[in-house]
Ligand binder design. Structure first.
Ligand code: NZQ
Ligand code: ZN
Length: 386
């Protein structure tokens, strides 16, 4: 097992009715900017619950944050933070609203030339305005981690940022919010969390027995609750297990002491930037080809995964490993998610070379757990998923 230092400062308020405790988590004299998305919270009652919980606080609002939060829109929120002397942020939404809030937390205190530098500087953000979250969509784990992904339509870029200052102070996780989530987003949430676990697991054996079993148990739980959630999103038990699995998949715990990959996400973000494909679906497109292309490097863990998660008991390491890739693809199909780029767009002929060139331009010359996946490899991996 590798050495590690681990700290996660986010307080979790999990369960039915936790929203009423919201005000206790925020200083009484704070001037709050509440941030939200396209308006789903006004239809499902979450907006009303938050406003009632914060009746005695000073709260301004900024709505209209788009999925894959857009930099230009965030600049407008930043202006309000500055002109209104806001000193506390509250994200009410899914990964996009929470990521937007993380960016704003850093941007509010940023003294450099342009806040976009926070995204491109490749330096951890160490100063941020305090904020909390009310999660409305289990998927990204953003509610308990310090990373964010920001999009800039002007340049068709979608890039990650983060740092120790960007953990939420608290997150309210009430599984009852799942009942209003549309089928497409439920499938996305399950597939995204599932792939988060795999990015931190499907590498090479390093003798981290507990991390492996944590990872496998999250995968098994997601597989088990997926049909129940899709059949009835108001099934509280299923929703609670779904929600906590998504948080646990990317709160940093299972990544400690083990190598991690993250190339599926790096490549997937380009597909969203270029075509607007939902984040989770880009992962389902890239994963099978990526594991097939890097089969020799990943076959031991692929076989362990097939055996422990999918109960594949027969065959050689190679046969089990191949079965693991197939089972994963079938799982995506079972959620209603297609795994070929051509299922989403007709204009894919140059995609592989475009992404490869972008990675080369950015100096991303070695992706993956061994840092050996070059832009030329990326081109081949993307082309395998047409
Ligand atoms: O905008 P509103 O009206 O709120 O509607 C949203 C949005 O249209 C809707 N929704 C959310 N909660 C709902 C609901 N509809 C009904 N009932 C509810 N309770 O769902 C739609 C999608 O929301 P979004 O926040 O975009 O989804 P998700 O949580 O999947 O977030 C995706 C974003 O997170 C980034 C992705 O790249 C993408 O930009 N990621 C962030 C990560 C992180 N910070 O750690 C890691 C991930 O790998 C991912 O990259
Ligand atoms: Zn993801």
């Amino acid at each position: 097992m590798n050495n590690f230092q681990y700290k996660n400062p986010t307080k979790i308020l999990f369960g039915k009715g936790q929203m009423v405790n919201l005000a206790e988590e925020i200083p009484n004299d704070a001037k709050i900017l509440m941030l939200y998305g396209g308006g789903s919270i006004k239809k499902n009652g979450i907006y009303k619950q938050v406003k009632e919980a914060l009746l005695d606080n000073e709260v301004l609002e900024f709505g209209g944050i788009s999925p894959n939060p857009e930099y230009c829109i965030l600049l407008k929120a930043l202006e309000i933070i500055k002109t209104e002397n806001i000193d506390y942020l509250l994200a009410v939404g899914g990964g996009s609203v929470i990521d937007a809030t993380k960016f704003l937390s850093g941007a509010a205190y940023y003294e450099g030339d342009t806040p976009w530098d926070l995204v491109t500087q490749n330096k951890p953000v160490t100063k941020g305005m305090p904020y909390g979250t009310v999660l409305t969509l289990p998927a990204t784990g953003s509610e308990m981690n310090s990373g964010a992904v920001i999009t800039r339509a002007e340049t068709k870029e979608k890039l990650s940022m983060g740092g120790p200052a960007l953990f939420p102070q608290f997150s309210v996780l009430d599984p009852q919010v799942v009942s209003s989530i549309p089928q497409r987003q439920l499938a996305n949430g399950i597939a995204d969390a599932y792939t988060h676990v795999l990015e931190q697991y499907m590498t090479y054996p390093i003798g981290a027995m507990l991390q492996d079993r944590y990872a496998e148990s999250i995968l098994q739980t997601l597989i088990e609750v997926a049909p129940a959630i899709q059949k009835d999103p108001s099934d509280y038990e299923a929703a609670a297990n779904f929600m906590w699995s998504c948080t646990m998949a990317l709160n940093g715990l299972i990544q400690q002491g083990v190598p991690s990959d993250w190339s599926i996400h790096a490549i997937g973000h380009e597909l969203t930037a270029l075509y607007g494909i939902d984040h989770a679906r880009t992962l389902a497109i890239i994963l099978p080809g990526h594991y097939t292309y890097n089969f020799e490097n990943k076959k031991e863990k692929l076989a362990q995964y097939a055996e422990r998660v999918w109960a594949v008991k027969e065959g050689s390491i190679e046969e089990k490993a191949k079965a693991g890739i197939k089972k994963t693809e079938e799982f995506f199909y079972s959620l209603g998610i297609d795994t070929k780029l051509s299922d989403y767009t007709d204009e894919y002929a140059d995609t592989a070379s475009t992404i490869s060139k972008r990675f080369a331009d950015r100096g991303w010359n070695g992706l993956g757990e061994r840092k050996d996946i070059t832009p030329a490899d990326v081109e081949k991996i993307v082309a395998m998923n047409y």
